[in-house]
Design a protein around this ligand. Structure first.
Ligand code: SF4
Length: 507
């Protein structure tokens, strides 16, 4: 008999492996391993999501007629050994895991199986739009890598928002129209949330008992855990909330973590949703007049462009990519990333939301959490580990390029042409955080000066040797040049005071 072994982020009935087994005589193996070596100290909601989605998927497969061996054990090895003892499979089929560390373990495991005379077939998982082999062509080693080239290629290839060979509306990107600051009284249609069923409640009890010290909480778990729920949530977003997604996708509002964001990434990244299906549905919403082109294009670019692109970078640049630290930042991750205890309101609000929901939207990730980590010169690997731990949609392939490349410029510009750093002005423009903050966003120095301000100028001074020649940083360095030696010294001193307080847990 054959065994098809599926992992917790391969929960799709369209996987090729399912068509290669006999429903009556072969087994689908799912191993719910609780070992800390497997899961590190993940946010409790992330563990609930993966375990609950696995259990629901097993039930769905059984309803479709498959034989499912579901193992609740300590480690993958323990689950595998027990499966072999019970079923003695002559052949095993697996889909390649997305993360490199899992692939390395799999290579060793595969060699051991073949030594024992068991045939192992590995297939590519169809959880992405682009085939792995295509990335060598899409991101050639002899040219600078650009999201735009990849995105345009995929738009044409799949004929998404196209009018013949040209983009509908005449532009490939409507990003510049999608940056409106929040206005007073702005409200959005609520997302579709799901109360835990009996199965999920059992998983919540297990996670609370087994991982009591992990960050986050299992309370108020509302994520979709089945394909049906995920499709309902996506459809609700496309019908009711996509229209307002575009305008305010970069805005941040205190007390409203979801705003008009889709919240589908956690389901998409474990296989409950199909990326191309989402794209076609969003495109149809544009043709049906449900959402404007700028909103639809912005949403599609996140999935067809950015999601695919970061996957390509990960495939081509690992394993060395995980260790990049171009700016040589060394400060350990401060405690406030774990408890949200800080007088800086933007960080306090964002971290508190991440602790509660295992989620924050992309601008909070980039321009609050990433921006601060970069300006405070925090070790990039500490930061990427934190993102990997805390977010329900986080997996190695998505975290490393987004955090190390995009947010922290730790790859020296492979993914972005300049560091995404800003003073407090940007946060003040795009959010209402500064109004309720202990610090004054308009001040650069002094007891209550916004830390982002002096840290920003200090960052430019510290990295002048590698950043001043960057064409996109020239304007900022011209402004720095105009500052007197005295002003620069004051900014440096203020940044030092903030960093000392940060280390003492008093910022
Ligand atoms: Fe954040 Fe500075 Fe605004 Fe406070 S004043 S919320 S620290 S940007």
């Amino acid at each position: 008999m054959k065994t098809l072994w599926l992992f917790g982020n391969q929960l799709s009935t369209s996987l090729k492996g399912l068509s290669q087994i006999n429903q009556t005589t072969d087994q689908v193996l799912l191993i719910e391993a609780k070992s800390r070596a497997v899961w590190k100290d993940y946010h409790k909601k992330k563990l609930v999501l993966i375990f609950s989605a696995m259990r629901h998927f097993a039930r769905e497969l059984r309803a479709l007629g498959y034989q499912v061996d579901y193992r609740e054990v300590d480690s993958f090895q323990e689950g595998w050994d027990a499966h072999v003892k019970d079923y003695q499979p002559a052949e095993v089929i697996l889909h390649l895991p997305t993360d490199q560390s899992m692939r390395q373990l799999l290579r060793k495991w595969k060699a051991r199986q073949e030594e024992q005379g068991r045939h192992v077939t590995t297939l590519e998982a169809s959880l992405f739009i682009t085939k792995e082999a295509d990335w060598e062509v899409l991101l050639p080693g002899n040219k600078a890598w650009k999201l735009d080239n990849v995105y345009r290629h995929l738009r044409k290839k799949f004929s998404i928002l196209m009018d013949g060979n040209q983009p509908i509306g005449g532009k490939w990107s409507y990003d510049s129209e999608n940056r409106k600051p929040p206005k007073k009284g702005l409200q959005f249609v609520e997302p579709l949330l799901f109360l835990p069923d009996e199965q999920t409640r059992a998983v919540i009890a297990k996670v609370d008992q087994t991982f009591p010290m992990n960050p986050g909480t299992t309370q108020n778990f509302t994520l979709p855990v089945t394909r049906k729920q995920a499709q309902e949530a996506a459809e609700h977003f496309i019908q009711m909330r996509l229209a307002t997604f575009g305008d305010y996708q970069d805005a941040m509002i205190e007390g409203d973590p979801y705003m008009s964001h889709s919240l589908i990434s956690s389901a998409l990244n474990i296989g409950l949703l199909d990326p191309l299906e989402m794209i076609h549905q969003a495109e149809q919403a544009y043709h049906d007049g449900l959402a404007p082109l700028a909103a639809v294009e912005g949403f599609i670019r996140q999935i067809l462009g950015w999601r695919e692109y970061v996957r390509g970078v990960y495939l081509l640049k690992m394993p060395e990519y995980k260790d990049v630290n171009f700016l040589k930042h060394k400060r350990p991750l401060p405690r406030l990333y774990w408890d949200g205890e800080t007088k800086m309101n933007c960080l306090h609000q964002t971290v508190t939301e991440v602790i509660e929901y295992g989620y924050s939207h992309h601008i909070q990730r980039l321009m609050v959490l990433g921006n601060f980590a970069n300006l405070a010169q925090i070790n990039p690997q500490d930061v990427s580990e934190w993102f990997n731990t805390m977010y329900t949609d986080a997996h190695d392939w998505v975290v490393l390029p987004n955090v190390l490349g995009m947010a922290l410029y730790a790859d020296g510009g492979l993914m972005s042409t300049k560091p995404y750093v800003s003073s407090g002005q940007y946060i003040n423009k795009m959010s209402n955080y500064c109004k309720g903050c202990y610090f004054n966003v308009k001040e650069k120095t002094g007891e209550r000066a916004c830390p982002f301000n002096s840290l920003y100028w200090d960052y430019l001074m510290v990295h002048e040797d590698v950043l001043a020649s960057n064409p996109r940083m020239k304007m900022m360095y011209r402004l720095l040049e105009k500052k007197s030696a005295e002003e620069k010294a004051e900014l440096k001193n203020q940044a030092r005071l903030h960093l000392e307080r940060l280390e003492q847990g008093q910022l």
